[in-house]
Design a binder for this molecule. Structure first.
Ligand code: AMO
Length: 431
Protein backbone atom coordinates (compact mmCIF):
# COMPACT_ATOMS: atom_id res chain seq x y z
CA UNK A 1 0.00 0.00 0.00
CA UNK A 2 1.21 3.45 -0.86
CA UNK A 3 1.12 5.91 2.05
CA UNK A 4 1.96 9.05 0.13
CA UNK A 5 3.16 10.19 -3.25
CA UNK A 6 3.79 13.83 -2.35
CA UNK A 7 4.96 15.82 0.63
CA UNK A 8 2.74 18.77 1.43
CA UNK A 9 5.32 21.40 0.43
CA UNK A 10 5.28 19.94 -3.11
CA UNK A 11 1.56 20.44 -3.65
CA UNK A 12 1.58 24.14 -4.56
CA UNK A 13 3.62 23.39 -7.70
CA UNK A 14 1.03 20.94 -9.06
CA UNK A 15 -1.57 21.87 -11.67
CA UNK A 16 -5.24 22.10 -10.84
CA UNK A 17 -7.03 18.75 -10.45
CA UNK A 18 -3.90 16.65 -9.99
CA UNK A 19 -4.75 13.59 -7.93
CA UNK A 20 -2.45 13.07 -4.94
CA UNK A 21 -2.02 10.97 -1.84
CA UNK A 22 -0.64 12.67 1.24
CA UNK A 23 -0.28 11.42 4.80
CA UNK A 24 0.34 13.15 8.10
CA UNK A 25 -1.23 14.43 11.30
CA UNK A 26 -4.51 16.27 11.78
CA UNK A 27 -3.78 19.74 13.10
CA UNK A 28 -7.24 21.20 13.18
CA UNK A 29 -10.87 20.37 12.37
CA UNK A 30 -13.90 22.45 11.49
CA UNK A 31 -17.36 21.21 10.67
CA UNK A 32 -19.69 23.63 8.86
CA UNK A 33 -22.31 20.97 8.02
CA UNK A 34 -22.18 20.86 4.23
CA UNK A 35 -18.48 21.60 4.23
CA UNK A 36 -15.95 20.06 6.57
CA UNK A 37 -12.38 21.27 6.83
CA UNK A 38 -9.38 19.68 8.32
CA UNK A 39 -5.78 20.75 8.36
CA UNK A 40 -3.19 18.08 7.77
CA UNK A 41 0.52 18.49 8.44
CA UNK A 42 3.60 16.50 7.56
CA UNK A 43 7.22 17.38 8.34
CA UNK A 44 7.39 19.80 5.42
CA UNK A 45 4.24 21.94 5.81
CA UNK A 46 0.48 21.83 6.36
CA UNK A 47 -2.52 22.27 4.09
CA UNK A 48 -6.28 22.45 4.22
CA UNK A 49 -8.33 19.42 3.23
CA UNK A 50 -12.01 20.04 2.39
CA UNK A 51 -14.99 17.78 2.10
CA UNK A 52 -18.07 19.12 0.31
CA UNK A 53 -21.52 17.51 0.10
CA UNK A 54 -21.75 17.87 -3.64
CA UNK A 55 -18.18 16.76 -4.49
CA UNK A 56 -16.93 14.18 -1.99
CA UNK A 57 -18.26 10.73 -1.11
CA UNK A 58 -20.68 10.60 1.85
CA UNK A 59 -18.56 7.99 3.75
CA UNK A 60 -15.65 10.40 3.78
CA UNK A 61 -17.79 13.05 5.46
CA UNK A 62 -18.93 10.50 8.06
CA UNK A 63 -15.38 9.39 8.73
CA UNK A 64 -14.22 12.97 9.21
CA UNK A 65 -16.67 13.25 12.10
CA UNK A 66 -14.75 10.54 13.99
CA UNK A 67 -11.34 12.13 13.45
CA UNK A 68 -9.55 14.03 16.22
CA UNK A 69 -6.57 16.32 16.47
CA UNK A 70 -3.26 14.51 15.90
CA UNK A 71 -4.79 11.38 14.42
CA UNK A 72 -2.58 10.06 11.64
CA UNK A 73 -4.41 9.97 8.34
CA UNK A 74 -3.88 9.32 4.69
CA UNK A 75 -5.83 11.45 2.22
CA UNK A 76 -6.42 10.81 -1.45
CA UNK A 77 -7.76 13.89 -3.17
CA UNK A 78 -7.36 16.49 -5.87
CA UNK A 79 -5.45 19.74 -5.69
CA UNK A 80 -7.64 22.76 -6.27
CA UNK A 81 -6.32 26.29 -6.69
CA UNK A 82 -8.27 28.63 -4.49
CA UNK A 83 -8.04 32.34 -3.91
CA UNK A 84 -9.50 32.14 -0.43
CA UNK A 85 -7.21 29.38 0.84
CA UNK A 86 -4.16 30.72 2.71
CA UNK A 87 -1.67 28.69 0.67
CA UNK A 88 -3.43 29.37 -2.66
CA UNK A 89 -4.81 25.84 -2.96
CA UNK A 90 -6.71 23.21 -1.03
CA UNK A 91 -7.12 19.50 -1.22
CA UNK A 92 -10.58 18.14 -2.06
CA UNK A 93 -10.93 14.83 -0.23
CA UNK A 94 -11.99 11.74 -2.16
CA UNK A 95 -10.82 9.06 0.27
CA UNK A 96 -9.55 9.24 3.82
CA UNK A 97 -8.01 6.49 5.88
CA UNK A 98 -7.18 6.71 9.58
CA UNK A 99 -3.78 5.09 10.12
CA UNK A 100 -3.36 5.73 13.84
CA UNK A 101 -5.51 7.36 16.53
CA UNK A 102 -4.30 9.89 19.08
CA UNK A 103 -5.44 10.01 22.72
CA UNK A 104 -6.81 13.26 24.13
CA UNK A 105 -5.86 15.61 25.58
CA UNK A 106 -2.22 15.52 24.45
CA UNK A 107 0.38 16.06 27.20
CA UNK A 108 1.10 19.49 25.75
CA UNK A 109 -0.43 21.96 23.36
CA UNK A 110 1.30 21.52 20.00
CA UNK A 111 -0.26 24.32 18.03
CA UNK A 112 1.85 26.83 19.88
CA UNK A 113 -1.08 28.71 21.35
CA UNK A 114 -0.45 27.86 24.99
CA UNK A 115 3.16 27.64 26.13
CA UNK A 116 4.14 24.49 28.04
CA UNK A 117 7.01 24.46 30.54
CA UNK A 118 10.39 23.26 29.32
CA UNK A 119 10.20 20.24 31.65
CA UNK A 120 6.85 19.12 30.26
CA UNK A 121 8.16 19.60 26.72
CA UNK A 122 11.33 17.59 27.44
CA UNK A 123 9.31 14.83 29.16
CA UNK A 124 7.36 14.60 25.90
CA UNK A 125 10.06 15.49 23.35
CA UNK A 126 8.60 13.57 20.35
CA UNK A 127 5.30 15.40 20.89
CA UNK A 128 7.11 18.70 21.46
CA UNK A 129 8.74 18.14 18.05
CA UNK A 130 5.31 18.45 16.48
CA UNK A 131 5.38 22.13 17.46
CA UNK A 132 6.68 23.94 14.38
CA UNK A 133 9.27 25.97 16.31
CA UNK A 134 10.89 22.92 17.95
CA UNK A 135 10.93 21.03 14.65
CA UNK A 136 12.61 24.03 12.98
CA UNK A 137 15.37 24.18 15.59
CA UNK A 138 16.30 20.55 14.99
CA UNK A 139 16.08 20.86 11.20
CA UNK A 140 18.48 23.77 11.59
CA UNK A 141 20.70 21.61 13.84
CA UNK A 142 20.89 19.10 10.97
CA UNK A 143 21.55 21.87 8.44
CA UNK A 144 24.48 23.23 10.48
CA UNK A 145 25.95 19.73 10.82
CA UNK A 146 25.70 19.35 7.05
CA UNK A 147 27.32 22.74 6.36
CA UNK A 148 30.14 21.88 8.79
CA UNK A 149 30.74 18.44 7.29
CA UNK A 150 30.80 19.91 3.78
CA UNK A 151 33.25 22.57 4.96
CA UNK A 152 35.62 19.93 6.35
CA UNK A 153 35.40 17.66 3.32
CA UNK A 154 36.02 20.64 1.02
CA UNK A 155 39.12 21.51 3.03
CA UNK A 156 40.62 18.03 2.84
CA UNK A 157 39.73 16.71 6.30
CA UNK A 158 39.19 13.01 7.00
CA UNK A 159 36.15 12.18 9.16
CA UNK A 160 36.97 9.81 12.01
CA UNK A 161 35.10 7.96 14.75
CA UNK A 162 37.03 7.33 17.97
CA UNK A 163 36.06 5.17 20.98
CA UNK A 164 33.62 6.27 23.65
CA UNK A 165 34.78 3.55 26.04
CA UNK A 166 38.24 4.45 27.27
CA UNK A 167 40.70 3.42 29.97
CA UNK A 168 42.30 6.80 30.81
CA UNK A 169 41.12 10.36 31.29
CA UNK A 170 41.54 12.54 28.21
CA UNK A 171 40.98 15.88 29.91
CA UNK A 172 42.67 15.14 33.24
CA UNK A 173 41.26 13.19 36.14
CA UNK A 174 38.04 14.93 37.08
CA UNK A 175 34.52 14.64 35.70
CA UNK A 176 34.75 11.06 34.45
CA UNK A 177 31.82 8.67 34.36
CA UNK A 178 33.06 5.27 35.42
CA UNK A 179 31.62 2.02 34.13
CA UNK A 180 32.29 -1.62 34.76
CA UNK A 181 33.83 -3.24 31.73
CA UNK A 182 33.78 -7.01 32.31
CA UNK A 183 36.33 -7.45 35.10
CA UNK A 184 37.93 -4.03 34.55
CA UNK A 185 37.14 -0.40 35.19
CA UNK A 186 36.54 1.82 32.18
CA UNK A 187 35.30 5.34 31.56
CA UNK A 188 33.09 7.23 29.15
CA UNK A 189 35.18 9.52 26.93
CA UNK A 190 35.17 13.23 27.83
CA UNK A 191 36.51 14.12 24.38
CA UNK A 192 38.39 12.47 21.49
CA UNK A 193 41.47 14.51 22.44
CA UNK A 194 44.19 11.85 22.66
CA UNK A 195 42.89 9.87 19.69
CA UNK A 196 42.56 12.83 17.39
CA UNK A 197 46.13 13.83 18.21
CA UNK A 198 47.41 10.32 17.47
CA UNK A 199 45.52 10.23 14.19
CA UNK A 200 47.41 13.23 12.80
CA UNK A 201 50.28 10.76 12.28
CA UNK A 202 48.56 8.90 9.49
CA UNK A 203 45.72 11.20 8.43
CA UNK A 204 47.08 14.75 9.07
CA UNK A 205 43.71 16.56 9.08
CA UNK A 206 40.89 14.87 10.95
CA UNK A 207 37.48 15.86 12.25
CA UNK A 208 34.92 14.10 14.38
CA UNK A 209 31.35 14.92 15.30
CA UNK A 210 29.98 12.93 18.19
CA UNK A 211 28.68 12.87 21.74
CA UNK A 212 31.01 12.96 24.74
CA UNK A 213 30.44 12.74 28.47
CA UNK A 214 31.30 14.90 31.46
CA UNK A 215 30.30 14.01 35.01
CA UNK A 216 29.98 17.70 35.86
CA UNK A 217 27.50 18.11 38.70
CA UNK A 218 26.39 21.57 37.50
CA UNK A 219 22.78 22.41 36.96
CA UNK A 220 23.07 25.34 34.55
CA UNK A 221 21.62 26.49 31.26
CA UNK A 222 24.87 25.74 29.42
CA UNK A 223 26.13 22.40 30.81
CA UNK A 224 25.05 18.91 29.83
CA UNK A 225 26.45 15.57 30.94
CA UNK A 226 26.32 14.31 27.36
CA UNK A 227 27.05 16.89 24.67
CA UNK A 228 27.86 16.98 20.98
CA UNK A 229 31.42 17.95 20.24
CA UNK A 230 32.76 19.00 16.87
CA UNK A 231 36.49 18.33 16.98
CA UNK A 232 39.36 18.92 14.61
CA UNK A 233 43.06 18.18 14.73
CA UNK A 234 45.57 19.33 12.11
CA UNK A 235 49.19 18.28 11.62
CA UNK A 236 51.79 20.94 10.80
CA UNK A 237 49.61 23.68 12.27
CA UNK A 238 49.71 25.91 15.34
CA UNK A 239 46.92 27.64 17.27
CA UNK A 240 46.82 30.66 14.94
CA UNK A 241 46.30 28.35 11.94
CA UNK A 242 43.41 26.49 13.55
CA UNK A 243 41.83 29.74 14.79
CA UNK A 244 41.73 30.80 11.16
CA UNK A 245 39.99 27.53 10.22
CA UNK A 246 37.46 28.15 13.01
CA UNK A 247 36.79 31.74 11.86
CA UNK A 248 36.28 30.45 8.31
CA UNK A 249 33.85 27.79 9.51
CA UNK A 250 31.78 30.37 11.44
CA UNK A 251 31.74 32.64 8.39
CA UNK A 252 30.70 29.76 6.11
CA UNK A 253 27.86 28.70 8.43
CA UNK A 254 26.69 32.31 8.67
CA UNK A 255 26.83 32.83 4.90
CA UNK A 256 24.87 29.68 4.18
CA UNK A 257 22.25 30.42 6.82
CA UNK A 258 21.83 33.94 5.46
CA UNK A 259 20.90 32.28 2.19
CA UNK A 260 18.33 30.09 3.92
CA UNK A 261 17.09 32.76 6.32
CA UNK A 262 13.53 32.68 4.94
CA UNK A 263 13.15 28.99 5.67
CA UNK A 264 14.45 29.33 9.24
CA UNK A 265 13.37 32.93 9.92
CA UNK A 266 11.91 32.59 13.41
CA UNK A 267 14.75 30.43 14.78
CA UNK A 268 17.74 32.43 13.51
CA UNK A 269 19.66 34.92 15.64
CA UNK A 270 20.34 38.16 13.72
CA UNK A 271 23.58 38.61 15.66
CA UNK A 272 24.91 35.33 14.28
CA UNK A 273 23.89 36.19 10.73
CA UNK A 274 26.11 39.30 10.90
CA UNK A 275 29.17 37.05 10.88
CA UNK A 276 28.88 36.40 7.17
CA UNK A 277 31.14 39.42 6.78
CA UNK A 278 32.08 40.47 10.29
CA UNK A 279 35.57 39.73 11.63
CA UNK A 280 35.99 37.92 14.95
CA UNK A 281 37.87 40.11 17.45
CA UNK A 282 40.80 38.68 19.36
CA UNK A 283 42.14 39.54 22.83
CA UNK A 284 44.86 37.98 24.93
CA UNK A 285 43.97 36.51 28.33
CA UNK A 286 45.93 39.36 29.91
CA UNK A 287 43.95 42.00 28.02
CA UNK A 288 40.65 40.46 29.12
CA UNK A 289 41.78 40.27 32.76
CA UNK A 290 42.74 43.97 32.60
CA UNK A 291 39.35 44.84 31.12
CA UNK A 292 37.54 42.88 33.85
CA UNK A 293 39.56 44.59 36.59
CA UNK A 294 38.86 48.02 35.06
CA UNK A 295 35.15 47.26 35.26
CA UNK A 296 35.47 46.42 38.96
CA UNK A 297 35.77 42.61 38.64
CA UNK A 298 37.64 40.64 41.30
CA UNK A 299 39.81 38.43 39.10
CA UNK A 300 43.56 38.06 39.46
CA UNK A 301 46.06 36.90 36.85
CA UNK A 302 46.21 33.10 36.64
CA UNK A 303 42.57 32.47 37.50
CA UNK A 304 39.98 31.18 35.09
CA UNK A 305 37.71 33.88 33.62
CA UNK A 306 34.10 33.34 34.65
CA UNK A 307 30.99 34.24 32.69
CA UNK A 308 30.20 36.78 35.42
CA UNK A 309 33.56 38.46 34.70
CA UNK A 310 32.81 38.68 30.97
CA UNK A 311 29.36 40.10 31.62
CA UNK A 312 31.06 43.14 33.18
CA UNK A 313 32.55 44.03 29.78
CA UNK A 314 29.46 45.33 28.05
CA UNK A 315 31.27 45.76 24.68
CA UNK A 316 31.62 41.98 24.37
CA UNK A 317 27.91 41.25 24.63
CA UNK A 318 26.39 39.38 21.67
CA UNK A 319 29.71 39.07 19.85
CA UNK A 320 32.21 36.37 19.00
CA UNK A 321 35.72 36.98 20.30
CA UNK A 322 38.86 34.93 20.88
CA UNK A 323 40.70 34.89 24.19
CA UNK A 324 44.26 33.71 23.52
CA UNK A 325 47.48 32.87 25.36
CA UNK A 326 46.06 31.56 28.63
CA UNK A 327 48.39 30.94 31.60
CA UNK A 328 49.75 27.42 31.94
CA UNK A 329 47.70 26.41 34.99
CA UNK A 330 44.37 27.15 33.27
CA UNK A 331 44.90 24.72 30.37
CA UNK A 332 45.11 20.90 30.05
CA UNK A 333 48.40 18.99 29.93
CA UNK A 334 48.47 18.54 26.15
CA UNK A 335 48.54 22.30 25.39
CA UNK A 336 51.92 23.74 24.42
CA UNK A 337 53.50 26.05 27.00
CA UNK A 338 55.60 28.98 25.82
CA UNK A 339 58.79 30.19 27.51
CA UNK A 340 56.93 33.04 29.22
CA UNK A 341 54.55 30.64 31.00
CA UNK A 342 51.58 31.40 28.76
CA UNK A 343 50.25 28.76 26.39
CA UNK A 344 49.50 28.57 22.68
CA UNK A 345 45.80 28.34 23.43
CA UNK A 346 42.48 30.05 22.81
CA UNK A 347 38.83 29.99 23.67
CA UNK A 348 36.15 31.26 21.31
CA UNK A 349 33.45 33.08 23.21
CA UNK A 350 30.10 34.55 22.23
CA UNK A 351 29.40 37.09 24.95
CA UNK A 352 29.80 35.17 28.20
CA UNK A 353 29.31 31.74 26.62
CA UNK A 354 32.35 29.62 25.75
CA UNK A 355 31.75 27.96 22.40
CA UNK A 356 35.09 26.40 21.56
CA UNK A 357 38.54 25.85 22.98
CA UNK A 358 41.77 24.68 21.44
CA UNK A 359 45.45 25.24 20.91
CA UNK A 360 48.81 24.01 19.76
CA UNK A 361 49.71 20.65 21.32
CA UNK A 362 53.00 19.68 22.86
CA UNK A 363 54.50 17.16 20.42
CA UNK A 364 57.79 16.70 22.25
CA UNK A 365 57.51 13.60 24.46
CA UNK A 366 59.87 14.78 27.17
CA UNK A 367 58.21 18.15 27.54
CA UNK A 368 54.79 16.52 27.53
CA UNK A 369 55.82 14.06 30.24
CA UNK A 370 57.25 16.81 32.38
CA UNK A 371 54.02 18.78 32.04
CA UNK A 372 51.94 15.73 33.04
CA UNK A 373 54.12 15.29 36.10
CA UNK A 374 53.95 19.00 36.97
CA UNK A 375 50.18 18.75 36.85
CA UNK A 376 50.31 15.80 39.29
CA UNK A 377 48.67 13.45 36.83
CA UNK A 378 49.71 9.81 36.75
CA UNK A 379 52.28 9.40 33.99
CA UNK A 380 51.74 5.62 33.84
CA UNK A 381 48.12 5.94 32.91
CA UNK A 382 49.14 7.85 29.78
CA UNK A 383 51.87 5.40 28.69
CA UNK A 384 49.77 3.92 25.86
CA UNK A 385 49.31 7.40 24.44
CA UNK A 386 52.79 8.74 25.09
CA UNK A 387 54.60 5.91 23.30
CA UNK A 388 53.40 7.19 19.92
CA UNK A 389 55.22 10.47 20.55
CA UNK A 390 58.47 8.55 20.04
CA UNK A 391 57.62 7.50 16.49
CA UNK A 392 57.25 10.67 14.44
CA UNK A 393 54.51 12.73 16.03
CA UNK A 394 54.10 15.85 13.87
CA UNK A 395 53.57 19.33 15.31
CA UNK A 396 49.80 19.70 15.53
CA UNK A 397 46.93 21.84 16.76
CA UNK A 398 43.17 21.58 17.02
CA UNK A 399 39.98 22.59 18.76
CA UNK A 400 36.55 21.44 19.85
CA UNK A 401 33.27 23.28 19.46
CA UNK A 402 30.48 22.53 21.92
CA UNK A 403 27.90 22.00 19.20
CA UNK A 404 24.80 22.37 21.39
CA UNK A 405 26.22 25.70 22.58
CA UNK A 406 26.97 26.85 19.05
CA UNK A 407 23.33 26.07 18.24
CA UNK A 408 22.27 28.24 21.20
CA UNK A 409 24.07 31.16 19.55
CA UNK A 410 22.73 30.40 16.07
CA UNK A 411 19.15 30.19 17.34
CA UNK A 412 19.42 32.80 20.10
CA UNK A 413 18.10 30.29 22.66
CA UNK A 414 19.26 30.81 26.23
CA UNK A 415 19.03 27.22 27.51
CA UNK A 416 21.19 24.42 26.05
CA UNK A 417 18.27 22.01 26.50
CA UNK A 418 16.44 23.87 23.73
CA UNK A 419 19.13 22.79 21.26
CA UNK A 420 19.52 19.19 22.47
CA UNK A 421 16.99 16.57 21.44
CA UNK A 422 17.17 14.44 24.57
CA UNK A 423 19.23 16.35 27.15
CA UNK A 424 21.14 14.46 29.80
CA UNK A 425 21.69 16.49 32.93
CA UNK A 426 21.98 15.86 36.65
CA UNK A 427 18.22 15.46 36.97
CA UNK A 428 17.28 13.94 33.65
CA UNK A 429 18.07 10.65 31.96
CA UNK A 430 14.65 10.05 30.38
CA UNK A 431 13.11 9.98 27.85
P1 AMO B 1 36.76 21.77 26.49
O1 AMO B 1 36.75 20.93 27.72
O2 AMO B 1 36.92 23.25 26.68
O3 AMO B 1 37.96 21.35 25.54
O4 AMO B 1 35.47 21.47 25.65
C1 AMO B 1 35.31 22.01 24.35
C2 AMO B 1 33.96 22.71 24.23
O5 AMO B 1 32.92 21.78 24.51
C3 AMO B 1 31.85 22.43 25.14
N1 AMO B 1 31.56 21.78 26.42
C4 AMO B 1 30.33 21.51 26.90
N2 AMO B 1 29.12 21.75 26.39
C5 AMO B 1 28.04 21.37 27.11
N3 AMO B 1 28.11 20.79 28.31
C6 AMO B 1 29.31 20.53 28.88
N4 AMO B 1 29.37 19.92 30.08
C7 AMO B 1 30.50 20.89 28.16
N5 AMO B 1 31.82 20.79 28.40
C8 AMO B 1 32.44 21.33 27.34
C9 AMO B 1 32.25 23.89 25.33
C10 AMO B 1 33.76 23.84 25.21
O6 AMO B 1 34.29 25.04 24.71
N6 AMO B 1 39.88 18.60 24.15
C11 AMO B 1 39.55 20.00 24.33
C12 AMO B 1 39.36 20.71 23.02
C13 AMO B 1 40.62 20.83 22.20
O7 AMO B 1 41.61 21.39 22.72
O8 AMO B 1 40.63 20.37 21.04
C14 AMO B 1 38.25 20.09 25.16
O9 AMO B 1 37.52 19.15 25.35
O10 AMO B 1 31.70 24.66 24.27
Amino acid sequence: MKYKDFYINQLSDLTDDTEVIVAGWVEDLRDLGKIKFLKIKDYTDSTQVIWKVEESPVEVGKLIETINQNDVIKVKGTVRKSRVAKKGFELVAKEIEVLSKSKHPLPLEIRGKIGASLDVRLDNRPIDLMRPRTAKIFKLFSEVLKISRNFFYKNGFVEVVTPRIISTATEGGANLFELSYFDKKAFLAQSPQLYKEQLTMGLEKVFEIGTFFRAEPFDTTRHLNEFVSLDIEVAFADYRDVMEILANLIKTISEELNERSKEYDEVLNEKFLEYKDKEIESYSYEEIVDMVIKKGGKISYGEDISSEDIKLIRDLKDKFFFVTDWPENTKPFYIKVKDDGTTESFDLMFGELEICSGGTREENREKLESRITRMRLNLNSFSEHLKFFSYGMPPHAGWAIGFNRLMMIITGESNIRETTLYPRDKNRITP
